[in-house]
Ligand binder design. Sequence first.
Ligand code: A2P
Length: 323
Amino acid sequence: MHQSTDFPLSFKNSDVMPAFGLGTWKASGPEEVYRAVREAIRIGYRHIDCALRYENEDEVGRAINDAIAAGEVSRKDLWITTKLWNNAHQKDRVIPAIKESLNNLKLDYLDLYLIHWPVALRPEVIFPGKASEMLSLEEVPIIETWRGMEACVDEGLARHIGVSNFSIKKLEALLPQTRIKPEMNQVESHPYLQQQELFDFCRKNGLHFTAYSPLGSMDRPARLKRENEPIILENETILDIAKAHDASPAQVLIRWALQRGSAVIPKSSNPKRLQENYDARNIVLSPEDMYRIAGLERHHRYIHGEFWTMEGSPYSQATLWDE
Ligand code: A2P
């Protein structure tokens, strides 16, 4: 188990990813995003998680490049991840898509490029309003998309490639067909949705695991919320453990993810919380704390992906999550 505060995750080519990173989903308003990324880098964040579909790569890229120009950090000390959107799953659309992200981010390579969802959309569609705007995985198989991802590595545009929102079943189908293996699966994970089986599968098969929405993403748009959702930041056990360590609940959630060997990308746009989240690396949870948190599992998703599973869609909740 890592006890150091840096939590390096090593890759086969000896690249090292800092397990703690900044999430940028929902960081909106150009100035807010810019300020959050500049502040995060000043605090010491070295891993930034982006996506074309967060509609803020441009501001994130401006902040990264200004921090580099100001001598606060060098490119090689940063780990930048971004993601391929669902409407570019056809093999020959992947390279143009990564180039668009690189152009937004003003970078010449990514550390990690991920397939954002195992879901395909028609090229002209960004978010589907109706089922006919979607394409099935029979029409655009994941392996076709993966060939495009492999080409990103071949062309030196991404150092590592991986997936997001993939189940064990989808990884099992993909892995034997790949020339370059996926090295990351980024999925929702927190004590209410620990994904232990998927976590163990990734470990065994050479993939790292990144936990998104580690704090429960309470700033999600209302249309992505359900009634009476449990609030993980208010869980009694988490509050109790936080109190014992003179820490905040968010810090316990972040440290729990790091201590189990996951990467974790809490989002904040607030300077005080950015610092607080960064300092979570320094708390050490006891085996009993870890055991108590393991007991909180209740298979609760905050992100259901209902935008892909409308009536008539080739995807259902059952086939999206394979459960
Ligand atoms: P804010 O950006 O105002 O700090 P997730 O990473 O699970 O998507 O959660 C992000 C949400 O959690 C945002 O609403 C963010 O608000 C909030 N948040 C981030 N850090 C903390 C913290 N340390 N304590 C409480 N809420 C936090």
